[in-house]
Design a protein around this ligand. Structure first.
Ligand SMILES: *[C@@H]1O[C@H](CO)[C@@H](O)[C@H](O)[C@H]1NC(C)=O
Ligand SMILES: *[C@@H]1O[C@H](CO)[C@@H](O)[C@H](O)[C@H]1NC(C)=O
Length: 576
């Protein structure tokens, strides 16, 4: 009925059927994951480090479009566990040879975490390559391991068992065994007889070097990507696909062609006191030269903590001074001198260092009834968890605005870098760098004709393997009108992997008033009213990260949650 044009909207089920038909052939040829397929035959495999490698592949799905049914194909690449002997894999992971020494506790835990859930095949039984899923790693070394052979309490050592049963002499008896099977009755497999099964995707968090290596693989010029996609479609030979044929599906070899135009860049408004009062970006670029921020924020008191061992205090001081000067020149009300001179601190003591330094600063500022407006952190280039730790302490414990700079930037002492950092600081302390000329002259359709608030929302989910972590919902909303340039943000932790934003609307029990409506939408609407003096008459809500399958569910739930706190207003005013 759908293909005969009897449905205006494509029913999900119909699309799913077509998707399944077209997935059948590639599913048999390649390793399928979600809507993507990967294979070592689809391009080179590249080492990503620490026992991982990247495989190339493609994404495929059927989409209803304005041109009718379309097949959406894109190139992709993802991380796979290298099919190495387990000992070699562990050695890569630890970056150290373990063929002739026992493991430390920390090493054992690291290997256990990496290997849990991974499938291995055994190599000590000739062609009998049985496969097992790893459930753990023993605490003892192989040579100490025994297991019961009967009900009477007779035990046998693993070493002896392998010798008797398979005629196999275990070499690396000082290494732990892999545990397979359930925890109550585990099976022990020596690491040396196990090899990782090929084709296992790695879905846990990648480290920074692995991310970089994977990006190097996937980052392509549009022209090269187009060529690869076209080749992929040819390679897949959909016209030969027996399943597609059976269902009468034909797929064109050519890319769809869409008319497009390049929108003119918006004219940007800067401060009247600058030499250039506005500007038109060219090819997506412009700079702050001769311009001042339209609203410069206030930073009357600040300090710097330096976590990079290779940045001397003098350099940190010069860098901060130049940065302060740039902030001032760009239009901020920015103190040139810090409350305290820059101090070096060890990255592993971030919390202690920040709190101690903060209290020192407050000893000076407190009696003058002043606050600390900004903390500048200088971070080593590979900062590990430092960035997150610093943000957590500043935002949750101390309640101060922070700006991190990496060592690379500090050494450059470059005006363009100062200017870019100044723009970030200004926004964080509540200033506005620039606004749209079209907004001021009320020429933005559906935004400037009446008070309008723009929301943006997304949910970040924890990586597979971080099973006890919550998902984090983030909602921002514009706080000025007609400019829609300043945004307030809220975050809220919610159920693991939940895409619906739970806290958009909530009912709170008030001891006096009883149940009152609250939640992120209401909070942001109220703060809009406070900062603009007007109630918004229109809400525009951008929502990222919702898959096609969940779209209507999320739409229904969230639209309802957006409307609820607004309903009482609608009854008292005449707004459409
Ligand atoms: C420019 O900056 C000054 C203070 O530096 C401020 O009073 C004024 O409102 C700003 N805005 C514009 C549009 O000039
Ligand atoms: C710190 O490291 C994180 C990744 O761990 C990276 O996203 C961030 O840009 C780094 N920040 C600085 C200031 O170096």
């Amino acid at each position: 009925m759908f293909l005969a044009g009897r449905h205006a909207e494509a029913p999900q089920e119909a699309l799913q059927v077509l998707d399944i038909v077209l997935r059948e052939l590639p599913s048999a040829r390649y390793a399928p994951f979600g809507r993507s397929f990967f294979s070592p035959d689809l391009g080179r495999r590249q080492p990503l480090g620490d026992g991982l490698e990247s495989w190339r592949g493609f994404y495929q799905s059927i989409r209803p479009t304005q041109m009718g049914l379309s097949l959406n194909i894109d190139m992709s690449a993802t991380a796979f566990i290298e099919p190495l002997p387990v000992i070699d894999y562990a050695a890569q992971l630890l970056r150290s040879d373990i063929h002739s020494r026992p493991l430390s506790d920390a090493e054992r835990v690291k290997i256990k975490k990496a290997l849990r859930g991974v499938k291995v095949e055994v190599t000590h039984r000739g062609n009998m390559r049985r496969k097992y899923r790893i459930s753990g790693l023993t605490t003892q070394a192989t040579r100490e391991l025994t297991f019961p052979v009967d009900e009477g309490g007779t035990v046998k050592s693993v070493v002896q068992y392998f010798q008797e049963t398979y005629g196999f002499a275990i070499q690396h008896t000082y290494l732990p065994c892999l545990q397979v099977g359930n925890q109550q009755r585990p099976n022990y497999l020596p690491m040396e007889v196990c090899k990782i099964v090929e084709g296992q995707r790695y879905s846990k968090r990648l480290n920074q070097n692995q991310i970089r290596a994977l990006l190097d693989e996937t980052c392509q010029y549009p022209r090269d990507r187009e060529r690869d996609i076209t080749q992929m479609v040819k390679h897949n030979a959909y016209q030969e696909d027996p399943y597609a044929k059976e269902f009468g599906i034909k797929i064109s070899d050519c890319l769809a062609s869409v008319d497009a135009r390049i929108l003119p860049a918006p004219r940007l408004k800067y401060n009247e006191t600058g030499r250039e009062k506005d500007c038109i970006p060219r090819v997506g670029q412009w700079n702050m030269m001769n311009k001042k921020m339209v609203n410069g924020g206030k930073v009357r008191s600040w300090m710097c903590v330096n976590f990079a061992r290779n940045v001397p205090d003098k350099l940190a001081r010069d860098f901060c001074h130049q940065l302060a000067q740039m902030c001032q020149d760009s239009g901020m009300d920015f103190a040139l001198e810090p409350v305290l001179p820059p101090m070096s601190a060890r990255p592993d003591q971030v919390e202690r260092a920040l709190k101690a330094r903060y209290h020192e600063a407050m000893n000076i500022l407190g009696p003058q009834r002043r606050e600390l407006d900004l903390l500048i952190g200088i971070l080593p280039d590979n900062n590990g968890s430092l960035y997150g730790d610093l943000k957590r302490v500043c935002e949750i414990d101390l309640g101060i605005v922070s700006q991190c700079c990496c060592t690379k930037q500090v050494f450059k002492l470059n005006k363009q870098i100062y200017a870019n950092i100044a723009l970030k600081i200004n926004v964080k302390v509540g200033g506005r760098n620039t606004v749209l000329v079209d907004a001021l002259s009320r020429r933005i359709p559906l935004v400037t004709d009446r008070p309008t608030i723009i929301f943006g929302a997304d949910v970040t989910h924890p990586h597979p393997g971080e099973d006890s972590s919550p998902s984090i919902a983030a909602v921002v909303a514009s706080q000025d009108w007609p400019e829609v340039t300043r945004y307030a943000g809220l975050v809220s932790a919610q159920a693991h992997r939940q895409e619906l934003i739970e806290d958009l609307y909530k009912v709170r029990q008030d001891p006096q008033k009883g149940p009152v409506s609250s939640g992120m939408i209401r909070e942001l609407l109220i703060s809009f009213k406070k900062s603009t003096g007007e109630k918004p008459q229109r809400i525009i809500f951008y929502r990222d990260g919702v898959s096609e399958g969940q779209f209507y569910q999320v739409l229904l739930f969230e639209l309802n949650a957006i409307r609820k706190p607004v309903l009482p207003w609608r009854q008292t005013t005449n707004h459409r």
